[in-house]
Design a protein around this ligand. Structure first.
Ligand code: PLP
Length: 470
């Protein structure tokens, strides 16, 4: 058992293990090579009756658990969007675990609440959001978007649905593009608005929302007695990091007065670069905005930065103060449990503080610019190659492409690319993922891993060529 007497020994072993892990991370297969049920079947069916030693547990962790881990911190991880980490973030997570504080209210750890307020102000300014936005950390973008949809629902029902439930005649409609993230549909279902009332607007050739069709959907719906509740603009879709025109959507908001939520879950970090803030034109009219430092700002999962224009409206939507949670400071401080869905909250501001201070704003900007450069490198190689084809414009650091041998039908190309991706991932040498764009099986390679360098890009290009010839 771990007790005071051997805590020191355990921690020094862990610190050795962590250092070794990072030193050797490139030697692990990136995607876990284990079979379905392989780990489960190695675990005993009953919990131990007696205490087991740390050595025995740790030994099993290395033997049984590690082979079933996919190495998200490997610089050869190019799949999905990354779940970034960095050494300062890791250090803060260790401290957070030691403190084990539950930071629901100001009083339950004043430093957590006050640090969160300050780092969220920093972050707002760092990405160029207007000063009238206020931030709060949520666990994920899915939760942030759900908070936004429920807030919109309450705002437009004068907070009546919270009080009396749906009357049955609300007829709300929510809009996003066909390329927008699935978390929006999930939020619509949970918020009681109904999946049929999510209108998916077709996209332009660059996969951004066609805003003329958005306006048409809004006017058609209004003529049919619906209330346009909310538009979710994607600042970087998950499939291809396409960017909806906030400027055009904001102009429609002026006319039709819907709630405007911006989903910048992955690409929010791009806005750390002043030269990329053209995408933000129109954001002054947004009501809510989400981006995930846990994706591309070198901060451990989970950490989702949620910004709102009207803090009181958010509080009117979520605040509940039962007797056992009343404190004397309630009127003077931020009690973040009232700013979202869960009551309990981890101390997440600490890792943001460590990350921002360790890198400095300049260090973060340099890292992001470097990764954009690496993405351009691989984009150019693919673009110039006879055998590969680019399938979406490069708006940041996600490259969408496919292998395209001559004289193959679209159907054959789809299965050739699916097969190529599976073989590459099964080799453990690197990890990429896919989407479908215009029905084409599209390989996605995201250059955003915290430790990725030029040599990993060169190697990745070599592997793509090698595996495509097998
Ligand atoms: C990843 C992603 C999400 C969901 O993020 P979670 O934090 O995992 O809920 C939502 N929207 C976009 C555009 C994303 O890329």
């Amino acid at each position: 058992m771990i007790n005071q007497d051997n805590l020191d020994k355990v921690l020094s072993e862990l610190s050795k293990w962590i250092t070794e892990y990072f030193n050797n991370i490139e030697n692990y297969p990136v995607k876990s090579q284990c079979e379905v049920r392989e780990i489960y079947n190695k675990l005993p069916g009953n919990p131990p009756r007696e205490s087991e030693s740390f050595d025995a547990i740790f030994d099993d962790f290395n033997k049984i658990i590690m082979p079933g881990i996919t190495h998200w911190q490997s610089p050869k991880f190019f799949a999905y969007f990354p779940a970034n980490s960095s050494y300062p973030s890791l250090a803060a997570e260790i401290i957070t675990a030691a403190l084990g504080a539950q930071c629901m209210k100001w009083e339950t750890s004043p430093a957590a609440a006050e640090l969160e307020e300050m780092v969220m102000n920093w972050l707002r300014d760092m990405i160029g959001l207007p000063e009238d936005f206020t931030g709060v950390i949520q666990d994920t973008a899915s939760t942030s978007t759900l908070a936004s949809i429920i807030n919109a629902r309450e705002f437009f029902s004068q907070y009546n649905i919270n009080k009396n439930g749906f009357a049955g005649n609300e007829k709300f409609r929510v809009y996003c593009s066909t390329e927008a993230h699935s978390s929006i549909e999930k939020a619509i279902k949970i918020a009681g608005i109904g999946r049929e009332n999510l209108v998916k607007i077709p996209v332009n050739a660059d996969f951004s929302m066609n805003t003329s069709l958005l306006e048409k959907a809004i006017t058609d719906d209004t003529a049919n007695g619906y209330r346009p509740l909310c538009v979710v603009a994607a600042l970087g879709t998950t499939g291809s990091t396409a960017v909806d025109s906030l400027e055009e959507i904001a102009a429609l908001k002026r006319k039709y007065k819907f709630w405007l939520h911006v989903d910048a879950a992955f690409m929010g970090s791009l806005l750390l670069l002043p030269e990329k803030r053209g995408y933000l034109k129109g954001v002054e009219l947004a009501d809510t905005f989400v981006f995930n430092p846990h994706k591309w700002m070198f901060t451990n999962f989970d950490c989702s930065a949620y910004f709102v224009k009207d803090k009181n409206s958010l509080l009117n939507t979520f605040e509940i103060i039962p007797e056992y949670l009343k404190t004397r400071s309630d009127s003077k401080v931020n009690n973040y449990c009232d700013w979202g869905i869960p009551l309990g909250r981890r101390f997440r501001a600490l890792k943001l503080w460590f990350v921002i201070r360790s890198f400095g704003v300049k260090g973060l900007q340099e890292k992001i610019r470097y990764q954009l450069k690496l993405a351009e490198m691989i984009y150019d190689r693919i673009d110039k190659s006879e055998e590969f084809e680019i399938l979406a414009p490069l708006t940041a650091n996600l490259v969408c492409f496919r292998f395209k041998p001559k004289n193959r039908s679209e159907e054959e190309l789809n299965s050739i690319n699916e097969n190529l991706m599976q073989r590459i991932n099964d080799s453990g040498k690197m990890y990429i993922s896919h989407t479908k764009l215009n029905g084409k099986y599209t390989l996605r390679m995201v250059i955003a891993q915290a430790y990725v360098e030029e040599k990993h890009i060169t190697e990745a290009w070599k592997l793509l060529n090698e595996f495509s010839k097998l």
